[in-house]
Design a protein around this ligand. Structure first.
Ligand code: PMP
Length: 364
C-alpha cells in the first residue's frame, strides 16, 4: 500500500504485505489463546502447533523426505559455518570449498578451525562474477564434503545447477541463505542445506537447517550443545527456548508461498522480475552495467554500477525520494544492488526500471 516503501535491502528484507497484516491481526491475541505468540510457552500446545505446521509446510514446499531433519536454530548462517564441520567431520578431515564470493569465503575461513578445508576453486581474481564449470573442479576424493554458497548475496552470483560431489561420502553442503525457497530445489542432492531466514522467509533470528539423518550424531566432542544437530533433532528444535516469534513468522510465509501455488509458481514470478531488471541494465548501452556472467546472474540480488560512477549518490538519493530504498551496493563492492526476493512485488521492479530509464534519459 502507499504508506510502504519498496525495500530493496539484502536482508533483513521486505516481507509479504499479507503476512505482515495477518501477524498484525494476530499479534495481541493469537487465535483466541488470549496471548501473543511472543508470550507463549514454547512447550505449550499453541506453540507446538505453530512449529509443527511451519515444519510440515516447509517439507511440502521443498518436498523434503523423512530421511531429512528440519531444524529451526539460532545464530544465523554464520553459526552454521562452524556447526557444519563440527557436526559432520573430524578435525583432521579434508573438505572442499568452492569460493564464489564473500560468503563462501567466510564459510571456508571459519571451517579452518574445525577441519582441513581446501579451496578447490575461487572466483576472487575475476571479482566473483562466475561459477566454475563443474568438470574443472578438482575435487579431493578424500574430502568429507563439498561446500558451496548457492547464491552469493553480495556479488549476485547464483548456481543454476549443482556439482555432484565425488568425494567418498558424496556429501554436498549448501548455504542457501539468500535464495532459500525462491525456486524448487531437489533436496535429495544435498547432505545439508542451511539458510538464515531474513531474506526470503521471515525475520532475522531463525536459521533453518535441513540435514540428512545419517549425518546427525557424530559431532566432534568439543561441539557446544547449541551447535549439535543431534540435540536439536532429538528435541524437535525445542532443546532450549527457540526464536518462537520468528518461527511463527516463517510459518506464515511458508503458508503464503503454498497459497501462491508453491515454489514452481514463485520461481516464475522471480524470473519475470529479474529478467525485467537485467534487460533494463543490458539495454542501457552501458549506462548501467552488471558485471556478473549472464548464465549465473542471481534471481535475488542484482548488483549494478553506473558508467558515470559519480552519479551513484544522486541515483540512490533520487530513488529514495520515490520511496525505493536500500539500493546501495555492499560496501565491499560499491555501486548499487537491488535485492528482489520473493516478497518484492513485480510493481516494485517495474517502478525501479521506470526510474532507471528516466534517470538515464536525464543524465545520458
Ligand atoms: N550466507 C549468505 C549467503 C548470506 O547472505 C548471509 C547474510 N547476508 C550470511 C551467510 C550470514 O548470515 P547471518 O547474518 O544470518 O549470520
Amino acid at each position: 500500500s502507499s504508506d510502504r516503501v519498496f525495500n530493496f535491502a539484502a536482508g533483513p528484507a521486505t516481507l509479504p504485505e499479507n503476512v505482515l497484516r495477518k501477524a498484525q491481526s494476530e499479534l495481541y491475541n493469537w487465535r483466541g489463546s488470549g496471548m501473543s505468540v511472543m508470550e507463549m510457552s514454547h512447550r505449550g500446545k499453541e506453540f507446538l502447533s505453530i512449529i509443527q505446521k511451519a515444519e510440515s509446510d516447509l517439507r511440502t514446499l521443498l518436498g523434503i523426505s523423512s530421511e531429512y531433519s528440519v531444524l529451526f536454530l539460532q545464530g544465523g548462517a554464520t553459526t552454521q559455518f562452524a556447526a557444519v564441520p563440527l557436526n559432520i567431520c573430524k578435525n583432521d578431515d579434508a573438505v572442499d570449498y568452492v569460493v564464489t564470493g564473500s560468503w563462501s569465503d567466510k564459510a571456508f575461513k571459519e571451517a579452518q578451525k574445525y577441519c582441513k578445508p581446501n579451496v578447490i576453486w575461487s572466483g576472487k581474481s575475476e571479482k566473483y562474477t562466475k561459477v566454475p564449470s563443474f568438470d574443472d573442479l578438482k575435487q579431493n576424493p578424500e574430502a568429507r564434503f563439498l561446500h558451496i554458497c548457492a547464491n552469493e548475496t553480495i556479488h549476485g552470483v547464483e548456481f543454476k545447477n549443482y556439482p555432484t560431489p565425488n568425494n567418498q561420502s558424496g556429501i554436498l553442503v549448501a548455504d542457501m541463505s539468500s535464495n532459500f525457497c525462491s525456486k524448487p530445489v531437489d533436496v535429495s542432492k544435498f547432505g545439508l542445506i542451511y539458510a538464515g531466514a531474513q531474506k526470503n522467509v521471515g525475520p532475522s533470528g531463525v536459521t533453518v537447517v535441513i540435514v540428512r539423518n545419517d549425518l546427525i550424531g557424530n559431532a566432534q566432542s568439543s561441539t557446544p550443545v547449541m551447535l549439535d544437530y543431534k540435540i536439536h533433532a532429538e528435541n524437535n528444535s525445542l532443546y532450549n527456548t527457540p526464536p518462537c516469534y520468528g518461527i511463527y513468522m516463517c510459518g506464515l510465509v511458508f503458508e503464503d508461498l503454498l497459497e501462491q501455488g508453491g515454489l514452481v509458481e514463485v520461481e516464475k514470478k522471480n524470473k519475470k522480475k529479474a529478467e525485467l531488471l537485467y534487460n533494463t541494465i543490458d539495454e542501457s548501452n552501458g549506462f548501467f552495467r552488471c558485471p556478473v556472467e549472464k548464465s549465473v546472474r542471481s534471481l535475488m540480488n542484482v548488483p549494478f554500477t553506473l558508467e558515470k560512477s559519480e552519479l551513484e549518490g544522486e541515483f540512490i538519493k533520487e530513488a529514495g525520494k520515490e520511496n525505493m530504498v536500500q539500493l546501495k551496493g555492499h560496501r565491499s563492492v560499491g555501486g548499487m544492488r537491488a535485492s528482489i526476493y520473493n516478497a518484492m512485488p513485480l510493481a516494485g521492479v517495474e517502478k525501479l526500471v521506470a526510474f532507471m530509464k528516466d534517470f538515464q534519459a536525464k543524465h545520458a
